[in-house]
Design a protein around this ligand. Structure first.
Ligand code: DHB
Length: 358
C-alpha cells in the first residue's frame, strides 16, 4: 500500500488530522492497534477550546457537537471519519516505522497474522505516551522533561444531572475536587486521592461522601448522586519530549507531551499540534511551501510549554501536597487569594483556560 501521510494511532489526534487532510484531498492511511469498539469505549475529555471547536467544523465533524454540545460537552469523531471513507485499519499489530530520515519512510504491521507494509511520504506519531513513535527517535537526539505529582485523581462518571452548569474546581484541606459534566444527564466528578489508594477501596457511597465534604455546603446539598458507570484512578504527570520532529516523523499529542488534567489542557494541546500539522501539510501539498513542516517542532513546543506551565500552576494552586511546609501552604493560599482579588490575574487565567491562540 502507498500513501502520502501514514498515521500511527487512531485516537483524537490521528483521526482529526486524517479527517482534515482528507477534506483537502491529501491521502492518509491510519493504523490503530485496537478494535473500533475499544477506541469508542475510551473515557473522553470534556472541555474543548474554541480553536478546537473551529477545527472540528473545518474537519466536517461538528454535526453532533453543534447539535448536542453544551458549553463543556464532548464530540464524536469516529462516525464522520468513517462516513468520509478514509482508510482506518483497526487491529494493526506490531506497528513499526522505518527509514525516518529518508524521503521514503514506511510502516510495517501485522494484520490477521500477515505482514503488511505502507509506503509513506511522511509519518505521524499520534500513538500516545506508550506508543512506538517516540521510541523510534534515537536517545541521543530526544530530550525528555518530566514531573510527577504525589497524588492521583479518582474519577466517577454517573448518569445524574450535573450539580452546576459550569465546572466547579474546589481547593480543600482534604484535597482537590472537581465537578464537571458531559451532558445534562451525565456528570463527571473527580477527587484527589493518595497514589496508594486502589479503586476497589472506594465504594460509590464513600466517593459521594468524600466529594460532598470537599464542596461548599450549598453545592453539596444540591448534589444528585447515583451509581457510577465508570470509576478509575489516574496518576498525574507532566511530560514533554523534544524535538517533536525526527526526519519525516512528526509527533503529535500524548506521544510527545502529557499534562496533569487540572485545567483540561490534554486533548486541547493535542488539537493544537494537529492544527499546525494540518496547515503545514496543506502548504506542502497544495502550495509547495515547506516552512510549516520545517517550523513544526519549534512552533508546537512553544504552545505545548505554555499548556505545561498552566496545568502545572493550576495543579499546584488547588491540590494538597503532603510534603508541603507551612510556608508552602501559606504561599499557596496567597496565590489563590491574589487570583480572587486581581482582575489581571483572573484575565490571565481565563486566557489560558479558553485556549491561547494557535
Ligand atoms: C474535566 C477534566 C479536567 O481536568 C478539567 O480541568 C476539567 C474537566 C473533565 O473530565 O470533564
Amino acid at each position: 500500500m502507498k500513501t502520502q501521510v501514514g498515521i500511527i494511532g487512531g485516537g483524537p489526534s490521528g483521526l482529526l488530522l486524517s479527517q482534515l487532510l482528507h477534506v483537502q484531498g491529501i491521502e492518509t492511511v491510519l493504523l490503530e492497534k485496537h478494535k473500533r469498539e475499544y477506541v469508542l469505549g475510551r473515557i473522553r475529555a470534556g472541555v474543548l477550546e474554541h480553536g478546537f471547536v473551529d477545527l472540528m467544523r473545518e474537519a466536517d465533524c461538528a454535526e453532533r457537537m453543534d447539535a448536542e454540545g453544551e458549553i463543556h460537552d464532548g464530540f464524536e469523531l469516529y462516525d464522520a471519519r468513517e462516513k468520509a471513507g478514509g482508510i482506518v485499519i483497526h487491529n494493526a499489530l506490531k506497528v513499526q516505522p522505518h527509514d525516518l530520515k529518508s524521503d521514503a519512510p514506511y510502516l510495517t504491521y501485522e494484520l490477521d497474522g500477515e505482514a503488511q507494509r505502507v509506503d509513506c511520504e511522511f509519518i505521524i506519531g499520534a500513538d500516545g505516551y506508550h506508543g512506538v513513535s517516540r521510541q523510534s527517535i534515537p536517545k541521543d537526539i530526544l530530550k525528555e522533561y518530566e514531573r510527577v505529582y504525589p497524588f492521583g485523581w479518582l474519577g466517577v462518571l454517573s448518569e445524574t444531572k450535573p450539580v452546576s452548569p459550569e465546572l466547579i474546581y474546589a481547593k480543600h484541606q482534604r484535597g482537590f475536587a472537581l465537578c464537571s459534566l458531559r451532558s445534562q444527564v451525565l456528570s463527571r466528578y473527580y477527587i484527589q486521592v493518595p497514589l496508594s489508594d486502589k479503586v476497589e477501596d472506594w465504594s460509590d457511597d464513600m466517593f459521594w461522601e468524600e466529594l460532598k465534604q470537599r464542596l461548599p455546603d450549598d453545592v453539596a446539598a444540591n448534589l444528585i448522586t447515583g451509581p457510577s458507570i465508570e470509576k478509575s484512578i489516574a496518576p498525574l504527570r507532566s511530560f514533554v519530549a523534544e524535538p517533536m520532529r525526527y526526519g519525516n516523523l512528526f509527533l503529535a499529542g500524548d506521544s510527545a507531551h502529557i499534562v496533569p488534567p487540572t485545567g483540561a489542557r490534554g486533548l486541547n494541546s493535542a488539537a493544537s499540534d494537529i492544527q499546525y500539522l494540518y496547515h503545514a501539510f496543506v502548504d506542502h501539498y497544495l502550495n509547495n511551501d515547506n516552512a510549516g513542516l520545517e517550523g513544526y517542532s519549534d512552533k508546537a513546543l512553544a504552545r505545548v510549554w505554555k499548556a505545561q506551565r498552566f496545568s502545572w500552576w493550576m495543579t499546584t494552586l488547588l491540590h494538597t501536597f503532603p510534603e508541603n511546609s507551612d510556608y508552602d501552604n501559606k504561599l499557596q493560599d496567597t496565590d489563590l487569594a491574589y487570583l480572587f482579588s486581581s482582575k489581571s490575574a483572573m484575565t490571565s487565567m481565563a486566557q489560558n483556560y479558553v485556549g491561547l491562540p494557535y
